[in-house]
Design a protein around this ligand. Structure first.
Ligand code: F0G
Length: 363
């Protein structure tokens, strides 16, 4: 059997010409990218005005989040530069992704995490991939400061989104949307945490537009959790709080870049409550079969807010008929089982016969 190792998936294989890699860059890939862009009839109906709503499901990447797109580039470049160890701060997904790509590359990986604030699935991933996990008595913003300090001291390659190779890789999600849909959407909705992803999508849309691959640029709409909304309030939040632990960030690293992207695109930033986030998570799972983690549901809660709330920062009441809208859902629901614990009722077992099962379901 002959296998062409260059065939198949992976964002470097597909978008090499747009990425900071050369023929001599060793490619460290787990087959990331190429994620589904799913049309949602029910969301389109809920938004109304003849709009078409699509979900870009990034939860089906190799480690279950969009981080893999940037990590393949950042880790490939780190290997090219002869780094021996990686470091990152994380609310969970970056560390899971860094740990996986480090394992694939044969590098040591240190992850610095806020103690007690990482969703269980993500923490287990970091351990499973063999990372050295250090929990700190502080929040994500403290962890990122430590990561930067150790990175700058030259001991580690830092693979947070302050590393431009991460943003370069993540912009490929925008490329995929344009390649598949034939043009950019009118509106693009995303959760906002450290603000790297919105920055990356905007870079991708602009690059493709400049190359004549699309005729328009979308308005970028970012959604923060009510208790962790520094960009919305335009001030650092010292003690960010939200059930959506992935975006529990009070001082985003790409704050300025995301602000510029939102302003240039004539978009907006808005907030959604934890209740709205959990309702949207449940709605998406039950109505579309897409189970996402709470941070990802912020984009869906944001869509509902824009369509239904009078106080929305960006109301859909006036959008053009037939607008094309993309919502990125960023991470898989299985990463954060505890956020859904209230949904799973532990029932007492019934006898092992069909009559008892019929009775249990009310038949
Ligand atoms: N959604 C998920 C599932 C995330 O993990 C993150 C960020 C975001 C959205 C926000 O993206 O930071 O680019 O604005 N997670 C980072 C981490 C901070 O450490 O895993 P962003």
């Amino acid at each position: 059997m002959t296998i062409n190792m260059n065939e198949g998936r992976g964002v470097i294989a597909r978008y090499r010409e747009f990425l900071p890699v050369s023929a001599s860059t060793p490619v460290i890939s787990l087959g990331e990218g190429g994620t589904p862009l799913l049309f949602s009839a029910r969301l389109s109906e809920r938004v109304g005005r003849g709009s078409q709503v699509f979900i870009k499901n990034e939860g089906v990447n190799p480690t279950g989040s969009f981080k893999d797109r940037g990590m393949t580039v950042a880790v490939s470049k780190a290997v090219e530069a002869n780094a021996r160890a990686l470091i990152c701060a994380s609310t969970g997904n970056t560390s899971a992704s860094a740990a996986a790509y480090a394992a694939r590359a044969g590098l040591q990986c240190v992850v610095v995490l806020p103690a007690g604030k990482i969703a269980r699935g993500k923490l287990l991933q970091a351990f499973a991939y063999g990372a050295q996990v250090v929990a700190i008595d502080g929040n994500f913003d403290d962890a990122l400061r430590i990561g930067r300090e150790l990175g700058e001291a030259g001991d580690f390659a830092i693979v947070n989104s302050i590393n431009p190779d991460r943003i370069a890789g993540q912009k490929t999600a925008a490329f995929e949307i344009v390649d598949l849909a034939g043009d950019a959407p009118d509106l693009h909705l995303l959760p906002l945490g450290n603000a790297g992803n919105l920055t990356a999508y905007w870079a991708g849309y602009r690059e493709y537009h400049a190359k004549g691959k699309s005729t328009r640029l979308p308005a970028m709409l970012g959604f923060q959790a009510e208790g962790a909304a520094p960009i919305f309030h335009n001030r650092i939040v010292e003690k960010p709080e939200t059930i959506a632990s992935a975006i529990r960030i009070g001082n985003p690293a790409s704050w300025k870049q995301a602000r510029t992207a939102i302003d240039e695109s004539r978009g907006a930033v808005d907030i959604v409550s934890d209740r709205e986030i959990l309702d949207a998570q449940r709605w998406l799972a039950r109505n579309e079969g897409i189970f996402v983690e709470p941070a990802s549901a912020a984009a869906i809660a944001g869509l509902f807010r824009c369509s239904e709330a009078k106080s929305a920062a960006y109301s859909f009441a006036a959008i053009a008929e037939g607008s094309r809208i993309v919502c990125t859902v960023t991470g898989h629901g299985l990463k954060d089982p505890d956020a859904l614990a209230h949904e799973a009722v532990d029932r007492a077992p019934v006898p092992a016969d069909s009559a008892a099962v019929r009775k249990a379901i009310g038949l």
